[in-house]
Write a protein that binds this ligand. Structure first.
Ligand code: SF4
Length: 361
């Protein structure tokens, strides 16, 4: 399988980025205090809910020293309603560590930041890159999702080795790009384009090299827990033509590979070794396709197509249906030259290109 093109990824992402796509009060801020505060408040909290808290905290405690000096009860009261109170307790602890042990200045390295109470790898990377231009990439749920999809990578994200693996991917993706801009771009991209349940693939600047999109498993990624198993599938395409040589095609709509690509009528079976007579006996044989009016003329040699998580064996059965009546509206009847206008799975274009000799029936 080809190498993942991280240069394309990096360029696509940074060209796409515009600060005003997702305005935030702390965007472009270089103050480690405000970056840290916003990151802690936004953990497990939606932006809309966290924003007023951020503003209240900044107004009440303009510096980390002010926060460190505040009484615990006052800080807890200001936090009220945000939940996860351990965050507020760690917030205070960390503010006091910075005030007392670092003379009121945040550590300026990833490791130094990581040592503060309540600061995990993601927050440390965000502060290190945004405030101090350190070359570290952020890795959070958004980033796991984008990387897993772009690379078509089914490594589980919730294991130690999985996390390490994705850290390597994001480091490769970052390359030598300025980390602050890259991190901001990838966070916005995860919030606006490659979202968990409604990815905007048709308008995505990375779509041409995105494996999950090509293989139609955007919503299966990222994988948690057990590694996705590789599946073997067997496709039988019915290449049906009418008296004028026109083909029948339709668009794949299911949540499956090749979604929204066009294909011939398809039967999926447990084996490639099926002749037309056996196919016609199957329950999934299309009831609008009258077996008695079809004249089968050939069967292709098998085509193998390897996807990240599936192996697809395909055979094409050619048949004439001179009259072609009562075809469901979802099916188009098109000339061969028109096929080029439609997005087809690679295995179908290979078949059309090679016109591999039809074998036996
Ligand atoms: S093509 Fe779709 S799945 Fe792939 S990166 Fe873009 S939005 Fe995400």
């Amino acid at each position: 399988m080809e190498q993942v093109d991280w240069t394309y990824f990096r360029r696509g992402l940074t060209d796409w980025y515009r600060p005003d796509r997702r305005p935030m009060p702390w965007k472009g801020d270089r103050s480690p205090y405000r970056i840290w505060l916003s990151e802690i408040i936004l953990q497990q909290t939606r932006v809309a809910q966290g924003l007023p808290y951020f503003e209240r905290f900044v107004a009440a405690y303009p510096t980390v020293g002010d926060l460190a000096a505040a009484p615990d009860a006052e800080v807890m009261k200001l936090w009220e309603g945000l939940g996860y109170y351990s965050r507020a307790r760690n917030l205070l602890k960390a503010a006091r560590v910075v005030a007392n042990e670092h003379h009121g200045r945040f550590p300026d390295t990833y490791d130094g930041l990581l040592a503060l109470p309540g600061v995990g790898p993601y927050t440390a990377a965000a502060i290190a890159s945004f405030a101090f231009d350190r070359p570290v990439a952020v890795l959070d749920g958004n980033v796991f999702r984008i990387l897993a999809r772009y690379a078509g990578d089914a490594t589980p994200i919730d294991t130690g080795p999985g996390r390490k693996h994705f850290q390597q991917l994001v480091d490769a993706a970052l390359g030598t790009a300025p980390a602050a801009a890259f991190n901001q771009a990838i966070m916005d991209f995860g919030a606006l384009v490659c979202t968990p349940r409604a990815a905007d693939c048709p308008r995505c600047p990375l779509a041409d090299h995105c494996r999950a999109r090509a293989e139609g498993w955007v919503y299966e990624l990222p994988v948690k827990g057990k590694k996705a198993e590789r599946r073997d599938r067997y496709f039988h395409y019915l290449v049906v033509t009418d008296a004028a040589g026109r083909f029948l095609i339709h668009r794949r709509e299911d949540r499956d590979i090749w979604r929204q690509l066009y294909q011939f009528p398809l039967l999926e079976a447990g084996t490639l070794d099926l002749r037309p007579a056996a196919l016609m006996q199957r329950d999934d044989w299309p009831d609008w396709l009258p077996a008695e009016e079809l004249e089968f003329t050939g069967r292709s040699a098998p085509y193998a197509h390897q996807l990240t998580h599936q192996r697809i064996g395909t055979v094409f059965h050619t048949a004439h249906w001179p009259e072609m009546r009562d075809v469901p509206p979802a099916y188009l009847r098109i000339d061969r030259w028109e096929l080029e206008r439609y997005a087809l799975p690679r295995v179908i274009t290979r078949y059309l290109e090679t016109d591999r000799l039809t074998l036996d029936l």
